[in-house]
Design a protein around this ligand. Structure first.
Ligand code: CP3
Length: 380
């Protein structure tokens, strides 16, 4: 039926037929979108074979993109962006559109959990996060919220719902939280630190209180991740960014035990554990009830596979500084990395978050190199 120019009336029958046809076209487009769904990352996380290695970048939603900076500049700061669901969803999707990554990661921060538990944080441009009030006594720990904290994070859940709707199945959505030790480190220290010596002092001098606090963070994190999953995330990642400053013994006692509790509790979707610097705990990580282990650039690929075992998917681990090199160098290092990981059970990523001053062109070069790599050609 020819469509009437706008402003000219159709008969009721013509209008109904027209609407019905529009509905059919719309349904067909939705069907096609579902068919085109890129679920490479999920399949590989589950240990299945895939046509190629999937890729995403830690900290992909952020300052590397001028489009992110444009959204952020109009606001009072990072926190306003993170707590405004429609804008958080917008910057979550930017790297999918602009960089062509195989997954989106919800735009938020690991520090929203301590804030919801009762410790407000401020985010300063050059300095990073600061907690004006920190934890020092048992009373401070008792006052922290658990169930109400997970409920208070509704703005994250709303951002997830909007993102899922807008992604329309194009790529999976990654949810995340900080690992309990890393969250404790910020709650005690009150800011970033080179040594986190106040946080380590707390472990050594107040181990009973440290366990009390770690358990409360763990309980909150489990509720929080389950709520993220209920609202639509397809896979979750735990960031233990300060794992590497602990000794192997303290890591076993104060970190991995709590990560294990989270992995045992979160069974609905695949879980990734990324413990930066914890090269000494790779064997223990292999025993976790999770699907994927993230590697940083200090963890040798073949050695990590041998320590972690053949079952788990590995994620990583290009040095983010390689993205400052020429495109030829980036291609060379990326191809070498892919060859070492092999054709199965690998999700390409950097060994830590992408640095904010990395050029978008170089990031694209890394992504394209992974997408173009052929394991078949390698055998010839
Ligand atoms: O793209 C993504 O990865 C999603 C968003 C995300 C952010 N933070 C946004 C953010 C994620 C997954 C995080 C995790 C996070 N936050 C970690 C674990 C990963 C890691 O890097 O080890 C940690 C330790 C934090 C705490 C944090 N948040 C710090 C120390 C800082 C200041 C340093 C910095 O990078 O600026 C932040 C701020 C932050 N979180 C920014 C972004 C985009 C920059 C703030 C801004 O836009 O001004």
């Amino acid at each position: 039926m020819p469509r009437q120019p706008y402003g000219q009336a159709n008969s009721p029958v013509e209008t109904r037929t027209f609407l019905f046809q529009e509905f059919r076209i719309w349904t067909y487009i939705n069907y096609l979108c579902a068919m085109l769904k890129n679920d490479l990352l999920l399949r590989v996380a589950k240990g299945e074979k895939a046509e190629r290695t999937p890729i995403w970048l830690m900290r992909q939603a952020g300052r590397i993109l001028p489009e992110y900076r444009a959204v952020r500049e109009k606001l009072s700061g990072f926190k306003e962006l993170a707590t405004t669901p429609a804008l958080a969803a917008e910057v979550t999707i930017q790297p999918v559109d602009i960089l062509g990554v195989d997954a989106a990661i919800i735009f938020s921060d690991i520090l929203v959990v301590p804030e919801a538990m009762g410790l407000i944080y401020e985010m300063y441009e050059a300095k990073g996060p600061v907690f004006p009030k920190v934890i020092s006594t048992e009373k401070d720990i008792t006052a922290l919220k658990v169930k109400e904290a997970a409920e208070d994070l509704e703005y994250v859940y709303e951002a997830i719902r909007i993102t899922k709707k807008e992604l329309n199945g194009r790529v999976p959505l990654i949810g995340f939280a900080g690992a309990p030790w890393t969250i404790l480190a910020y709650m005690i220290e009150g800011s970033g630190s080179k040594t986190f010596s106040k946080a380590k002092k707390f472990l050594y001098s107040e181990p009973v209180l440290a366990h009390l606090l770690l358990q409360k963070i763990t309980d909150t994190t489990i509720l929080y991740l389950k709520e993220q999953i209920r609202n639509g995330v397809d896979i979750v990642q735990l960031f233990d960014s300060w794992a590497g400053i602990l000794t192997p013994e303290t890591y076993n006692e104060f970190s991995i035990k709590y990560i294990a509790q989270i992995c045992d509790a979160v069974t609905e979707v695949p879980v990734t554990v990324f413990a930066k610097g914890a090269f000494f705990a790779r064997k223990e990580m292999g025993a976790l009830n999770c699907r994927t282990i993230g590697l940083d650039w200090n963890m040798g690929i073949k050695e990590s596979r041998a320590l972690i075992g053949p079952e788990k998917t590995l994620q990583g681990n290009l040095d983010p500084c390689i993205l400052y090199a020429s495109k030829e160098e980036i291609k060379k290092h990326t191809n070498y990395m892919l060859k070492q990981f092999g054709s199965e059970k690998h999700i390409a990523n950097l060994g830590h978050g992408v640095y904010p001053d990395t050029s978008v062109d170089k990031v694209k070069c890394f992504i394209e190199t992974v997408k173009e790599y052929s394991f078949a050609a390698e055998k010839v």
